[in-house]
Write a protein that binds this ligand. Sequence first.
Ligand code: FAD
Length: 409
Amino acid sequence: MADASTQVVILGAGHAGGSAAAFLRQYGFDGPITLVGDEPIAPYQRPPLSKAWLKGEANADDLMLKDESWYAENNCRLLLGVTGAAIDRAGKTVTLSTGETVPYDVLVIATGARARKLTIAGADLEGVLELRTAADAEKLKAAIGPGRRLAVVGGGYVGLEAAASGRALGAEVVIVERESRCLARVACEPLSTFFQDYHRQHGVVFELAAGVEAFEGERGHITGVRLTGGRVIACDAVLVGVGAMPNEEIAREAGLPCDNGVLVDLEARTSDPSIFAIGDVTHRPLPLYERTHRLESVPNALEQAKLVASAIAGRPLPAAEVPWFWSDQYDLKLQIAGLPFEADTIVVRGEPASAKFAVFHLKGELLQSVEAVNAAPEFMMGKQLIARRTPISRERLADPAVSMKEVAA
Ligand code: FAD
């Protein structure tokens, strides 16, 4: 248990880092906290950047995790626009981009992830955009509007959400995807098909199984995306949404084991007992599935922030959670619980044509994950069934006349 003299330094002032500071105070830790973030603004939520904020339905204040005044009022030294440059594990200090050296008793690495870049000709043209930060989102917002042509490279969640918001703002949107379907890495085929159809109905054009060869430009500004084979999709801006990479370099350089993320245990502790890592930057155990994985989601950032705050404040560790995620596109609310590891059967409950259905992934009789579209009961009960690890009947699951409560009984 830490005491009031324990110095906690949190590197990365995003969703995980900002939440860890808040939970530490909530759980009664009263030692000094230093929260170091390289962005110019206090911790904020990223999900609305591709959804409500982009469409103009939320403002910058709505995104903040806490008012900026909270940090001073809670003895949390918030350093913004400052990068953690190196960790000295022997001396227990962090060197900052300002030249300052900050001592720590406990260090929390919460450096998140960054947008993956395409290293192709024209990638540095003006109008080639990515979407990770509020600053990125400002540029994207300025680029989309009635009649503007937006090309989105990558049909993952960020790309699809930006496409839906782009359509809501009157832009013409083309999604260019390398695989033969959108969401290929993260969702099953029925869900991909459903989302593609829904986007098409809303005027989005898909170029599937399409490689991107180069970005073409005139006078330094993007004019088109050249596909493998030479065809050019004309556009005024392109959003590159091809995934994210963990900001693990600072941990790696300090000798902490990393493998697509900083390796942590069930308490979010790294191989160094004085250093924790939380959020998108971690490669973590998933006890439910007896494997490790790197998750990119707000619930994961919050779960690990609670773990680390509990460990530091000397509270019992919270129980392991079922991973979950959501995505909003048009009037669709997609909620996903669990991960479909080793699933051998898919059960679709409800009619995709009604835009209210759920896809369950089973391994034998055990539920591994559920993808629910406008189907909150399926999501909530599915999440409980995943945690429970008891056999369930596929026939009852597939029959919408049997309520989810009855399926679980
Ligand atoms: P981040 O929020 O990325 O924060 C890390 C911070 O650390 C950043 O500010 C970074 O600049 C900073 N940093 C990095 N290195 C250093 C350093 N050396 N020194 C100082 N600071 C540093 N998740 C969902 O669950 N649902 C959604 O609908 C959803 N939508 C999303 C939409 C978009 C457009 C994006 C980008 C993400 C979305 N996510 C969503 C993912 C979610 O936002 C992330 O999982 C979450 O932000 C992870 O929190 P984090 O603190 O680990 O990382």
